[in-house]
Design a protein around this ligand. Sequence first.
Ligand code: SF4
Length: 375
Amino acid sequence: MTSIVSTPIAYDYPQQNAAGGTCTAQAWAKTPPQLHGTEKAAVIARIKQLLIEKDAALVAHYYVDGDIQDLAMETSGYVADSLEMARFGKNHSAKNLIVAGVRFMGESAKILSPEKRVFMPDLEASCSLDLGCDAADFAAFRALHPDRTVVVYANTSAAVKAQADWMVTSSCALAIIHQIKVEGKKILWAPDRHLGRYIQEQTGADMLLWNGACIVHDEFKAVELEMLMAAHPNAMVLVHPESPQAVVDLADVVGSTSAMIKAVVEGSATEYIVATDNGILHRMRQLAPNKVLIEAPTAGDSATCKSCAHCPWMAMNGLQGILNCLENASGEIFIKEDVRIKALGCIERMLDFTQNHPDLLAKAQHGFVKNIGVA
Ligand code: SF4
């Protein structure tokens, strides 16, 4: 049984259309100034020097600017999905972590590593899923369903995680929820309704869903995707499960950012249509330079707006912001200790599960990879 629970989405301003649709153009995020030439080279050199001097490691998400991803790789930092970012930050010996991503990623790093100082280029870099799941509203929702195991997506605040039994990322959600279902438990899921619906379909679990959405993935358009597929009949279609069902239903591979990169690197196809934030194309091009990558459509006849398939909050991460973290200790993450302790449990449960059950994770991937023969 799947139910949808409506909740207001705080970030959505009056331009919201009559159907309740959202779009990236409506987000309030700001973009940092772009650096060029010698100025950019000087900032990068200074960051590299300070990362060493301050005993800091740079951890970046696949969706941030390519220059930041390259900087992380060149300085023995890491570029990854949110699961591997959390694991890397926890296991790294550096005293300071610079997290280039969105707020919940910095919070997860701090929750796991309270002894480290965690900084972000811009603390206002949020996420529509996080903003759309207020901790007090969620507590009220949870109180109505005390019989359910509470599973939250990584894209939530520390205050929401503090109320959860499990945290999951898109890399491990299917395996963990399948396991909870095997144990005979019912689930309360938040906040992404598309990912929740997809997991429910794949596992058959009894899930009650919060009504949140990612403003980037929510924009992918099935009608235009079908037209693009007709123009590229041999292309493999890769879709992130935060996308609407009609888009997911067209996919050859449905998976996390890491699974999508793996599909491009290992896939036998020459062309790939990619339905996720276009920041991921930077890493895909580096790892599979001979593959042709085509962005899935977010605009067209069936679109409600002109959107760009790029997260406005991920775009707030800039080189100057990273330098500010290192030079001025700006953008530090602080979490109340009682909240941190409560939130820690659900994250550690996920990390333990993924470490101890690689077999279940691999098995669950077959649910995500719908056309494994082509992959
Ligand atoms: S891409 Fe979507 S899910 Fe990811 S941070 Fe941006 S709004 Fe959140």
